[in-house]
Design a protein around this ligand. Structure first.
Ligand SMILES: CC(C)(COP(=O)(O)OP(=O)(O)OC[C@H]1O[C@@H](n2cnc3c(N)ncnc32)[C@H](O)[C@@H]1OP(=O)(O)O)[C@@H](O)C(=O)NCCC(=O)NCCS
Length: 220
């Protein structure tokens, strides 16, 4: 075998353990009561949608650059907040008021009545780095708070620094891992589910109708 080929093989062998056993941690981030006033460097207008339409769904697909089962999300009473820059859709934020899950195919886990789960946040590439998503998120969370959702959590990959910074601008703080996985020869194996948002409640909060939720404000 030519020397070059041998070197390449040795290189692959040396990197293999890292490639095979690379650890993935998806971590909860919780809103820690900081001010929700994140300003973008460009004016952002936010609109909330609670049902799909023949014009909205292609627009969401255009933002994502892919299709998703938007109708099912709306059927489960999730809400979509779309941020516009100069009249053009620039980002979106999804809010799930009753359940959280890691992947679409996972079983949904219940949330306390005053907790909203934020997921699938995205800014189109041309508008990234201007604070468009934090501004949209802050607007959405203020609106959700007015409806009684005082607490919020999301799940972010530990390697996704832009997303972590984006949520940190709005007052989210990292908490415990939701899922840790190991990659084994392209097969993702879920090793453990280490936690749920039940332990993450920063402050006891009243029920959205002003009554206690019966568990001291903690998640069920
Ligand atoms: C994460 C994401 C939503 C942030 O949206 P955004 O509108 O660019 O948010 P911000 O402007 O606050 O930028 C957040 C961070 O991205 C990084 N960033 C800055 N300029 C950037 C650019 N041009 N392109 C990409 N990232 C950039 C910076 O680290 C910035 O943090 P900082 O402002 O504290 O320095 C966006 O990068 C995105 O859509 N990523 C792909 C989807 C994704 O990862 N979603 C999160 C799933 S949990």
């Amino acid at each position: 075998m030519p020397r070059n080929g041998q070197n390449r093989l040795l290189g692959v062998a040396r990197r293999a353990p890292a490639m095979i056993f690379r650890r993935t941690v998806l971590r909860f981030h919780v809103l820690a009561g900081a001010p929700l006033d994140a300003r973008a460097r460009v004016p952002v207008e936010v609109r909330r949608f609670d049902r799909g339409s023949p014009t909205l769904c292609p627009l969401l697909a255009e933002i994502k650059g892919a299709r998703a089962d938007w109708e099912t999300r709306f059927k489960h009473e999730h809400w979509c907040y779309v941020g516009h820059v100069q009249g053009r859709p620039a980002c979106y934020v999804w809010a799930s008021p009753r359940e959280w899950r890691v992947l679409d195919r996972d079983d949904p886990q219940p949330l306390a009545p005053d907790v909203v789960f934020i997921y699938d946040v995205l800014t189109v590439e041309r508008e990234r780095g201007q604070g468009v998503l934090p501004a949209t998120l802050a607007w959405s969370l203020r609106e959700l708070r007015a409806q009684g959702f005082d607490r919020s959590c999301t799940i972010i990959d530990d390697r996704n620094i832009p997303a972590q910074r984006c949520f940190a601008h709005v007052g989210f703080r990292p908490a415990q891992p939701a899922v840790a996985t190991y990659r084994i020869c392209k097969l993702y194996v879920r090793r453990c589910i280490l936690g749920s948002p039940r332990d993450l409640a920063p402050t006891p909060a009243p029920h959205r109708n002003g009554q206690s939720n019966g568990n001291g404000g903690r998640l069920p």
